[in-house]
Design a protein around this ligand. Sequence first.
Ligand SMILES: [Zn+2]
Ligand SMILES: [Zn+2]
Length: 239
Amino acid sequence: MIEVLWDVIFPQRNCTLCHASGFFSSRRPWCSHCEQCLEDLKSNQYICSKCGKYMEDDLQVCLDCQESKPLFSIARAVGPYEGGYRQVIKQFKFLEKKKLACRMAQMMADVVIDTPGYWPLDVVVPVPVSQEGMISRGFNQSELLARRIARYIRVKLMPEVLVRIKMVPPQRDLSREERKKNLINAFAVPNNEWVKGKNVLLVDDVYTTGTTARECSRVLYDAGANRVSVIAWAAGKGF
Ligand SMILES: [Zn+2]
Ligand SMILES: [Zn+2]
């Protein structure tokens, strides 16, 4: 509903990705050429059957997951963290094009709907934003996505289930090991009753090293969740 209003008040005359002119909307923020490019980027790619990362070879399971099996049951993304997928996340997150959440969430919901490994589901939970992100952007991008995904798949949204309890320095420049250490005990479930016995869909914008998704899953399982699965807009490369 809000999107419809947005589209009326702020009509979009250019493709978000290639800037070609035309008539666009929150449901169709990019042109059919760019839509095809996104489609092509993800087709014919090998993905890790566990975490959904994109791989050069058909290994079935990436080295990360072979080394230490994630607790979550399945993680998938709409596409690889490159090209248009990367551009979209940049615009959404850093240029605050919140309207993009509409189409992004729809594509994420489609992946969940079409992948049997996700079902059944009871609650949708966004990854809580870091203080750094909240201060610089003032919104939690994962919650914007989660809210719409919950609506599309008709599953209850519960953003209060997971909270950040630790100030975490920016993750960007850290090694994988440092990231992992950094995130230990960064999240908590304030009330175990909210997740006890529930099948949880965790929503994140990007799945890169997987440390955040892994740590959130651990906390959710500790609180008594029955099953945790993860959906992201884009996933990084696995080896
Ligand atoms: Zn375009
Ligand atoms: Zn993997």
